[in-house]
Design a protein. Structure first.
Length: 390
């Protein structure tokens, strides 16, 4: 009986596979001047659009070509996309192309479209393009500038990663919503980028080890985990007033930004948290301004910030996690605006952070009750009551 059931199941699976295979559409490809196109059918007889699937059909065809123009249509069919799908080529690392002209019919620049095209110096992104996909320009070390059109909505994973000579990114208009994971990772020459107000997400490691020196974060934008991790040239971060989103940054967002000097948190915002490791080992960080809307400072948020000398704990604080100020050897002043000691409660383990404060640190509080609460929790520092503390 079991063998019969197994046989019937296998037969049914085989029939389903045959049906799927029979119903699958085959797409025509065509090579014109060594460029390979694929046609996507609207009906059985007429293609709706086509896409470039390889700029070259052979490695030999790459030699000596310094300029490429992609037509708006092939055999009367519009070219709407470009991607890379040629296992024989591997990438465009051997290509000598310096200039590429793209048509106004193009809507997307997709997966690995110009991967490792190291000689590429100039390319236009048409206004019609709404998305740039994963690794589209990754490894294009010849690029020094790029203009992104107003209609662009998203930058895919690693799309400009390892473009080490990219200095200028000009984002037109106010439409971009997402910068994907590692999009500008290791772009060592990129010093500044003007982010539009429309931006909602800066993905994880988006500017990992980039050359950014100043970052302004739009009001509705969230930095995902490790967004600027080890951005070793970053000196200043300014968060605009929060118009949306509760979490300005993810864990380890600025971890290891060893030249970061100043951070300006948003003036107006919903209560938010400084997550674990957010500024850990930012060894030159001296001050964090505008902390009044901070509700939680989580574990190791400022661990290893050896230049941090003052920090203001806001009135609405709920938690300060263990190790939040571990290794902050230069911390001289902790200003506590809270008038209730709930954030020091044993249940939250918040009082653990006190043990990491250096002996020379002075804790300023607003009431005698708060002073007593700190002493009860074993605060190793001198606790000073200052009623007019601001």
């Amino acid at each position: 009986m079991k063998k019969r059931i197994l046989f019937l199941f296998t037969l049914a699976f085989a029939l389903c596979a045959c049906c799927l295979f029979a119903s699958a559409k085959t797409f025509e490809t065509k090579t014109v001047d060594h460029v390979v196109y694929i046609f996507y059918p609207e009906t059985e007889t007429r293609p709706e659009y086509c896409a470039v699937m390889s700029l070259f059909d052979t490695k030999e065809a790459m030699k000596g070509v310094t300029e490429l123009t992609i037509p708006a249509e092939v055999d009367g069919v519009p070219v709407k996309s470009i991607f890379f799908d040629n296992l024989k080529l591997g990438s465009y690392v051997e290509a000598e192309v310096e200039t590429i002209h793209l048509p106004d019919t193009l809507e997307s620049i997709s997966l690995k479209a110009f991967l490792n095209m190291r000689s590429l110096k100039t390319i236009n992104i048409p206004e019609s393009v709404t998305a740039i996909g994963q690794s589209a320009f990754s490894g294009c070390t010849g690029l020094t500038e790029i203009t992104l059109p107003e209609g662009l909505l998203g930058l895919g994973k690693a799309c400009f990663k390892d473009c080490k000579n990219l200095k200028t990114v000009d984002i037109q208009g106010n439409g971009l919503k997402k910068i994907g994971y590692a999009a500008f990772g290791r772009c060592a020459s990129l010093q500044y980028i003007d982010l539009p107000e429309s931006l909602e997400t800066i993905g994880g490691q988006a500017f990992f080890r980039s050359g950014l020196r100043l970052l302004r974060v739009p009001g509705g934008c969230t930095l995902e985990a490790r967004a600027l991790m080890n951005a070793y040239k970053l000196k200043k971060v300014v968060f605009e007033d929060r118009t949306g989103g509760y979490y300005p940054m993810g864990v380890n967002a600025f971890y290891g930004c060893k030249n970061l000097l100043k951070v300006y948190l948003p003036k107006k915002a919903y209560p938010y948290s400084i997550p674990g490791g957010a500024f850990a080992y930012c060894t030159r960080l001296k001050a964090v301004y505008r902390t009044e809307h901070v509700q939680n400072v989580w574990n190791a948020a400022f661990e290893g910030c050896t230049s941090l000398s003052v920090f203001t704990v806001p009135a609405g604080i709920e938690n300060i996690g263990p190790g939040a100020f571990r290794g902050c050897t230069a911390l001289k002043k902790l200003r506590v605006l809270a008038e209730t000691s709930a954030f020091l409660s044993v249940e939250k383990d918040s009082a653990d952070f006190l043990q990491d404060l250096p002996d020379a640190c002075k804790v300023y509080v607003k009431t005698n009750a708060m002073r007593g609460a700190f002493l009860d929790e074993g605060c190793p520092c001198r606790v000073i009551v200052k009623a007019d503390l601001k």
